[in-house]
Write a protein that binds this ligand. Sequence first.
Ligand code: CDP
Ligand code: CDP
Length: 220
Amino acid sequence: MKYTIAIDGYSACGKSTLAKAMAKRLGYRFIDTGAMYRMITLYFLREKIDITDECAVAGALNGLRVDFVPGSNEALLNEENVETEIRGRAVSEMVSPVATISAVRRWIVPQQREMGKEGGIVMDGRDIGTVVFPDADLKIFVTASMEVRTERRLQEMKDKGIPATREQVAENLVTRDHIDSTREDSPLRQAEDAIVLDNSHLSLEEFIEAGMVLVRGIPG
Ligand code: CDP
Ligand code: CDP
C-alpha cells in the first residue's frame, strides 16, 4: 500500500525537511508545493506581471511550466534550474500575495493532484491536507516557535549565501503567515484530522523519527 502523506504548517517550521526525509525513507516521491508558488512568483517578477490584472496573470500562466529535477528535487522553471533564486528575498516578499490569487491556485492544484494520483507521495505546503488531498492517509501539521523558525531560516540563507538580516527574515515569516492564514482561497489552517508535530525542541533525527512513528501508526 502506497500512502499519500500531507504535511502543512507555517513558514520555515521544518515541513520540507520532514517531507523530504520521510519520502527518502519510504521510497516515495517528495513534492515541495511552496517551491511551485515560488517559481510562479519568480516568473511574474521577471515578466513584470501586474498581479492585479487578471488577463496578464492568465497570459503569464500560459507561458510557464514548473517542474523538479528528478532525484535532487531542485526547482525547474521552464527547464531552468532556479533553486537558489526562488529562496531569495525578492521572491519571499512577493510569494504570499501571488498565492492569494485564485487563478494561480486553480492552475497549480490540479498539477499537484496529478503528481500524487497514484499515492506513494509526501507533499508539503499550506493546503495539502485541506484542499489538495483532503483524503490523505496521514496529515501532519508542523509547528515550531517563531524564534526557532527565524534562527533556522536565517542559518539556511547564510549557508546558501543568500543575504538577509534577522529582522528581515522574522518580518517576512510573520507577514507571510498572516497573509497565508487570512486569505479567502485555501487559507492555511490545520485540517481537523491532522496530527500536530511541534519540533521546536527536537533535533532533526528526533523530528524525522516522530514523523515515521505516525506513518507506522496509519491504520489498515
Ligand atoms: O519554506 P517556507 O515555509 O518559507 O515557504 P514555502 O513552503 O516555500 O511557501 C512559500 C509560500 O507559498 C507560502 O508562504 C504561501 O504563500 C505559498 N504556498 C501556498 O499558498 N500553498 C502551498 N500549498 C504552499 C505554499
Ligand atoms: O519547509 P519549511 O519552510 O517549513 O521548513 P524547512 O525549510 O524544512 O526547515 C527550515 C530549516 O530548519 C532547515 O534548515 C532545517 O534543516 C531546519 N530544521 C532543524 O534544524 N531542526 C528541525 N527539527 C527541523 C528543521
